[in-house]
Design a protein around this ligand. Structure first.
Ligand SMILES: C[S@@+](CC[C@H](N)C(=O)[O-])C[C@H]1O[C@@H](n2cnc3c(N)ncnc32)[C@H](O)[C@@H]1O
Length: 265
Protein backbone atom coordinates (compact mmCIF):
# COMPACT_ATOMS: atom_id res chain seq x y z
CA UNK A 1 0.00 0.00 0.00
CA UNK A 2 1.19 3.54 -0.54
CA UNK A 3 -0.08 6.77 1.01
CA UNK A 4 -0.94 8.59 -2.21
CA UNK A 5 -4.57 9.65 -2.53
CA UNK A 6 -5.80 10.17 -6.07
CA UNK A 7 -9.19 11.84 -6.51
CA UNK A 8 -11.52 10.51 -9.21
CA UNK A 9 -10.81 13.61 -11.27
CA UNK A 10 -7.04 13.20 -10.93
CA UNK A 11 -7.35 9.54 -11.97
CA UNK A 12 -9.51 10.45 -14.97
CA UNK A 13 -7.15 13.26 -16.02
CA UNK A 14 -4.19 10.86 -15.89
CA UNK A 15 -6.17 8.23 -17.77
CA UNK A 16 -6.98 10.77 -20.51
CA UNK A 17 -3.37 11.89 -20.73
CA UNK A 18 -2.12 8.29 -21.05
CA UNK A 19 -4.78 7.53 -23.65
CA UNK A 20 -3.90 10.57 -25.77
CA UNK A 21 -0.18 9.94 -25.59
CA UNK A 22 -0.10 6.16 -26.05
CA UNK A 23 -3.56 4.81 -26.92
CA UNK A 24 -3.46 2.75 -23.72
CA UNK A 25 -6.87 2.51 -22.15
CA UNK A 26 -6.42 2.27 -18.35
CA UNK A 27 -9.34 0.94 -16.35
CA UNK A 28 -10.12 1.64 -12.70
CA UNK A 29 -8.50 -1.63 -11.66
CA UNK A 30 -5.19 0.07 -12.46
CA UNK A 31 -5.64 2.73 -9.75
CA UNK A 32 -3.22 1.08 -7.30
CA UNK A 33 -0.67 0.54 -10.06
CA UNK A 34 -0.94 4.19 -11.05
CA UNK A 35 -0.46 5.31 -7.45
CA UNK A 36 2.63 3.20 -6.97
CA UNK A 37 4.07 4.50 -10.24
CA UNK A 38 3.46 8.09 -9.14
CA UNK A 39 5.19 7.34 -5.82
CA UNK A 40 8.14 5.85 -7.68
CA UNK A 41 8.46 8.78 -10.07
CA UNK A 42 8.09 11.25 -7.15
CA UNK A 43 11.06 9.56 -5.46
CA UNK A 44 13.15 9.58 -8.64
CA UNK A 45 12.34 13.20 -9.53
CA UNK A 46 12.47 14.28 -5.83
CA UNK A 47 9.12 16.09 -6.08
CA UNK A 48 6.04 16.32 -3.89
CA UNK A 49 2.77 14.90 -5.21
CA UNK A 50 1.44 18.26 -6.47
CA UNK A 51 4.81 19.24 -7.89
CA UNK A 52 5.08 15.92 -9.67
CA UNK A 53 1.61 16.11 -11.27
CA UNK A 54 2.16 19.62 -12.64
CA UNK A 55 5.64 18.58 -13.85
CA UNK A 56 4.11 15.55 -15.57
CA UNK A 57 1.50 17.59 -17.44
CA UNK A 58 4.11 20.06 -18.71
CA UNK A 59 6.89 17.69 -19.66
CA UNK A 60 6.57 15.48 -22.73
CA UNK A 61 9.60 13.35 -21.84
CA UNK A 62 8.21 12.69 -18.37
CA UNK A 63 4.90 11.61 -19.92
CA UNK A 64 6.79 8.93 -21.90
CA UNK A 65 8.73 7.95 -18.77
CA UNK A 66 5.47 7.67 -16.86
CA UNK A 67 3.67 5.68 -19.55
CA UNK A 68 6.65 3.39 -19.63
CA UNK A 69 5.90 2.43 -16.05
CA UNK A 70 2.21 1.66 -16.66
CA UNK A 71 2.66 -0.45 -19.79
CA UNK A 72 3.40 -4.15 -19.89
CA UNK A 73 6.69 -4.89 -21.57
CA UNK A 74 6.40 -8.64 -21.10
CA UNK A 75 7.96 -10.53 -23.99
CA UNK A 76 10.12 -13.59 -24.56
CA UNK A 77 11.94 -15.38 -27.36
CA UNK A 78 9.88 -17.53 -29.74
CA UNK A 79 6.62 -16.20 -28.28
CA UNK A 80 3.69 -17.10 -30.58
CA UNK A 81 6.13 -18.19 -33.24
CA UNK A 82 3.53 -19.74 -35.56
CA UNK A 83 2.84 -16.50 -37.45
CA UNK A 84 6.55 -15.65 -37.60
CA UNK A 85 7.36 -19.12 -38.95
CA UNK A 86 4.63 -18.82 -41.57
CA UNK A 87 6.03 -15.48 -42.78
CA UNK A 88 9.59 -16.84 -42.88
CA UNK A 89 8.50 -19.94 -44.81
CA UNK A 90 6.84 -17.67 -47.38
CA UNK A 91 10.04 -15.62 -47.66
CA UNK A 92 11.99 -18.83 -48.12
CA UNK A 93 9.70 -19.80 -51.01
CA UNK A 94 10.04 -16.40 -52.67
CA UNK A 95 11.28 -16.81 -56.28
CA UNK A 96 13.84 -13.98 -55.84
CA UNK A 97 14.99 -14.99 -52.38
CA UNK A 98 18.67 -15.12 -53.42
CA UNK A 99 18.77 -11.49 -54.54
CA UNK A 100 16.09 -9.94 -52.34
CA UNK A 101 16.58 -8.17 -49.03
CA UNK A 102 13.52 -8.87 -46.85
CA UNK A 103 12.40 -5.91 -44.77
CA UNK A 104 10.53 -6.39 -41.51
CA UNK A 105 9.14 -3.90 -39.01
CA UNK A 106 8.48 -5.01 -35.42
CA UNK A 107 6.27 -2.13 -34.37
CA UNK A 108 6.05 -2.68 -30.58
CA UNK A 109 9.21 -4.69 -30.05
CA UNK A 110 9.61 -4.22 -26.28
CA UNK A 111 13.00 -5.54 -25.07
CA UNK A 112 13.95 -6.97 -28.48
CA UNK A 113 13.05 -10.63 -27.92
CA UNK A 114 10.69 -10.53 -30.91
CA UNK A 115 12.97 -8.99 -33.57
CA UNK A 116 15.86 -11.24 -32.51
CA UNK A 117 13.51 -14.25 -32.73
CA UNK A 118 12.78 -13.27 -36.34
CA UNK A 119 16.45 -12.55 -37.05
CA UNK A 120 17.86 -15.91 -35.90
CA UNK A 121 15.34 -17.82 -38.03
CA UNK A 122 16.08 -15.74 -41.13
CA UNK A 123 19.82 -16.12 -40.57
CA UNK A 124 19.46 -19.90 -40.31
CA UNK A 125 18.00 -19.88 -43.83
CA UNK A 126 20.78 -17.63 -45.13
CA UNK A 127 18.29 -14.97 -46.30
CA UNK A 128 19.27 -11.34 -46.62
CA UNK A 129 17.17 -9.09 -44.37
CA UNK A 130 16.91 -6.02 -42.17
CA UNK A 131 14.60 -5.45 -39.22
CA UNK A 132 13.35 -2.09 -38.04
CA UNK A 133 12.33 -2.57 -34.40
CA UNK A 134 10.45 0.21 -32.62
CA UNK A 135 8.72 0.92 -29.35
CA UNK A 136 7.38 3.89 -27.47
CA UNK A 137 9.58 3.21 -24.48
CA UNK A 138 13.23 4.16 -24.53
CA UNK A 139 14.05 1.98 -21.52
CA UNK A 140 12.96 -1.23 -23.29
CA UNK A 141 14.90 -0.10 -26.35
CA UNK A 142 18.01 0.34 -24.20
CA UNK A 143 17.66 -3.29 -23.05
CA UNK A 144 17.05 -4.40 -26.64
CA UNK A 145 20.16 -2.63 -27.85
CA UNK A 146 22.31 -4.31 -25.16
CA UNK A 147 20.97 -7.72 -26.23
CA UNK A 148 21.58 -9.37 -22.83
CA UNK A 149 18.81 -11.59 -21.43
CA UNK A 150 18.12 -13.88 -18.49
CA UNK A 151 18.31 -17.54 -19.56
CA UNK A 152 14.64 -18.17 -18.81
CA UNK A 153 13.53 -15.73 -21.54
CA UNK A 154 15.11 -18.08 -24.08
CA UNK A 155 13.65 -21.35 -22.90
CA UNK A 156 11.65 -21.76 -26.15
CA UNK A 157 14.64 -21.22 -28.42
CA UNK A 158 15.55 -24.45 -30.25
CA UNK A 159 18.93 -25.71 -28.96
CA UNK A 160 20.86 -25.52 -32.25
CA UNK A 161 19.87 -21.85 -32.60
CA UNK A 162 20.68 -21.15 -28.96
CA UNK A 163 24.19 -22.53 -29.39
CA UNK A 164 24.79 -20.81 -32.70
CA UNK A 165 23.46 -17.29 -32.11
CA UNK A 166 23.80 -16.63 -28.37
CA UNK A 167 26.81 -16.36 -26.10
CA UNK A 168 26.53 -17.81 -22.61
CA UNK A 169 27.53 -15.39 -19.85
CA UNK A 170 29.95 -16.20 -17.05
CA UNK A 171 31.19 -14.47 -13.91
CA UNK A 172 28.72 -11.73 -13.04
CA UNK A 173 26.78 -12.66 -16.20
CA UNK A 174 26.14 -16.24 -15.14
CA UNK A 175 22.47 -16.97 -15.86
CA UNK A 176 22.43 -14.54 -18.80
CA UNK A 177 23.05 -14.83 -22.53
CA UNK A 178 24.04 -12.24 -25.10
CA UNK A 179 22.80 -12.10 -28.67
CA UNK A 180 25.77 -12.44 -31.04
CA UNK A 181 26.84 -9.46 -33.12
CA UNK A 182 26.11 -11.30 -36.39
CA UNK A 183 22.41 -11.25 -35.38
CA UNK A 184 22.34 -7.81 -33.77
CA UNK A 185 23.73 -6.12 -36.86
CA UNK A 186 20.51 -6.85 -38.78
CA UNK A 187 18.25 -5.11 -36.24
CA UNK A 188 17.84 -1.30 -35.97
CA UNK A 189 16.08 0.00 -32.86
CA UNK A 190 14.26 3.32 -32.79
CA UNK A 191 11.60 5.10 -30.76
CA UNK A 192 8.21 5.15 -32.46
CA UNK A 193 4.82 5.88 -30.94
CA UNK A 194 2.04 4.09 -32.83
CA UNK A 195 -0.44 6.79 -31.83
CA UNK A 196 1.40 10.05 -32.32
CA UNK A 197 4.12 9.26 -34.88
CA UNK A 198 3.80 8.96 -38.66
CA UNK A 199 5.59 6.02 -40.27
CA UNK A 200 8.44 6.78 -42.65
CA UNK A 201 7.71 6.21 -46.36
CA UNK A 202 9.40 2.76 -46.31
CA UNK A 203 7.28 -0.34 -47.08
CA UNK A 204 7.99 -3.69 -45.41
CA UNK A 205 7.50 -7.31 -46.46
CA UNK A 206 6.07 -7.91 -42.99
CA UNK A 207 4.91 -5.69 -40.15
CA UNK A 208 4.53 -7.24 -36.70
CA UNK A 209 2.34 -5.38 -34.24
CA UNK A 210 1.81 -8.04 -31.61
CA UNK A 211 0.44 -7.89 -28.07
CA UNK A 212 0.08 -4.13 -27.97
CA UNK A 213 -3.36 -3.49 -29.46
CA UNK A 214 -4.76 -5.51 -26.59
CA UNK A 215 -4.25 -2.32 -24.51
CA UNK A 216 -6.05 -0.14 -27.08
CA UNK A 217 -9.79 0.42 -27.54
CA UNK A 218 -11.33 -0.60 -30.93
CA UNK A 219 -11.22 2.90 -32.54
CA UNK A 220 -7.53 3.21 -31.62
CA UNK A 221 -6.73 -0.32 -32.88
CA UNK A 222 -8.51 0.52 -36.13
CA UNK A 223 -6.49 3.71 -36.63
CA UNK A 224 -3.21 1.92 -35.88
CA UNK A 225 -4.07 -0.99 -38.21
CA UNK A 226 -4.89 1.37 -41.08
CA UNK A 227 -1.79 3.47 -40.42
CA UNK A 228 0.37 0.33 -40.62
CA UNK A 229 -1.48 -0.95 -43.73
CA UNK A 230 0.32 1.69 -45.79
CA UNK A 231 3.68 0.40 -44.51
CA UNK A 232 3.14 -3.15 -45.86
CA UNK A 233 4.04 -4.04 -49.47
CA UNK A 234 1.23 -5.49 -51.56
CA UNK A 235 1.21 -9.23 -50.80
CA UNK A 236 3.10 -8.57 -47.54
CA UNK A 237 2.13 -9.68 -44.03
CA UNK A 238 0.66 -8.05 -40.93
CA UNK A 239 0.86 -10.04 -37.69
CA UNK A 240 -0.98 -9.33 -34.44
CA UNK A 241 -0.96 -11.20 -31.12
CA UNK A 242 -2.86 -14.46 -30.57
CA UNK A 243 -5.17 -12.77 -28.07
CA UNK A 244 -5.92 -9.91 -30.48
CA UNK A 245 -8.33 -9.69 -33.39
CA UNK A 246 -9.16 -7.33 -36.27
CA UNK A 247 -12.62 -8.89 -36.47
CA UNK A 248 -14.80 -5.87 -35.67
CA UNK A 249 -12.50 -3.27 -37.16
CA UNK A 250 -12.72 -1.62 -40.56
CA UNK A 251 -9.54 -2.54 -42.43
CA UNK A 252 -8.32 -3.74 -45.84
CA UNK A 253 -6.17 -6.75 -44.86
CA UNK A 254 -7.18 -10.30 -45.86
CA UNK A 255 -6.83 -13.15 -43.34
CA UNK A 256 -3.92 -15.51 -43.97
CA UNK A 257 -4.91 -19.16 -44.36
CA UNK A 258 -4.64 -21.29 -41.20
CA UNK A 259 -2.92 -18.67 -38.99
CA UNK A 260 -5.58 -16.69 -37.08
CA UNK A 261 -3.38 -13.77 -36.03
CA UNK A 262 -1.88 -13.20 -39.48
CA UNK A 263 -3.11 -10.98 -42.31
CA UNK A 264 -2.04 -10.31 -45.90
CA UNK A 265 -2.23 -7.03 -47.84
C1 LIG B 1 3.53 -6.67 -24.23
S1 LIG B 1 4.76 -5.83 -25.11
C2 LIG B 1 4.74 -6.75 -26.63
C3 LIG B 1 6.13 -7.08 -27.10
C4 LIG B 1 6.21 -8.02 -28.32
N1 LIG B 1 5.56 -7.44 -29.47
C5 LIG B 1 5.62 -9.36 -28.02
O1 LIG B 1 4.56 -9.71 -28.59
O2 LIG B 1 6.19 -10.10 -27.20
C6 LIG B 1 3.89 -4.32 -25.54
C7 LIG B 1 4.84 -3.19 -25.95
O3 LIG B 1 4.06 -2.17 -26.59
C8 LIG B 1 4.68 -0.94 -26.30
N2 LIG B 1 3.70 0.14 -26.54
C9 LIG B 1 2.62 0.48 -25.81
N3 LIG B 1 1.98 1.52 -26.35
C10 LIG B 1 2.68 1.85 -27.47
C11 LIG B 1 2.55 2.85 -28.46
N4 LIG B 1 1.55 3.74 -28.41
N5 LIG B 1 3.46 2.91 -29.46
C12 LIG B 1 4.48 2.02 -29.51
N6 LIG B 1 4.68 1.04 -28.60
C13 LIG B 1 3.78 0.96 -27.59
C14 LIG B 1 5.10 -1.06 -24.84
O4 LIG B 1 6.10 -0.13 -24.52
C15 LIG B 1 5.55 -2.53 -24.78
O5 LIG B 1 6.94 -2.63 -24.94
Amino acid sequence: MNSIVLSKKQFNDLKTMIYKASGINLHEGKLELLKSKIAKRMRITKKSFDQYLSFLYKNEQEVIEFIDTVTTNHSFFFRENKSIKYIIDQFNNHPQKQSKEFKIWCAACSTGDEPYTVAVQLKTLGLSFSIQATDLSHSVLATATRGIYRNDKLRNVPLPLLHRFFQRGNGKFTGFVKVKKEVMQHVYFQEFNLITDTPIKEQYDAVLCRNVMIYFDPPTSEKVTNKLYDSVVTGGYFAIGNAESLMNLNHKFKSAPAVPSLYIK
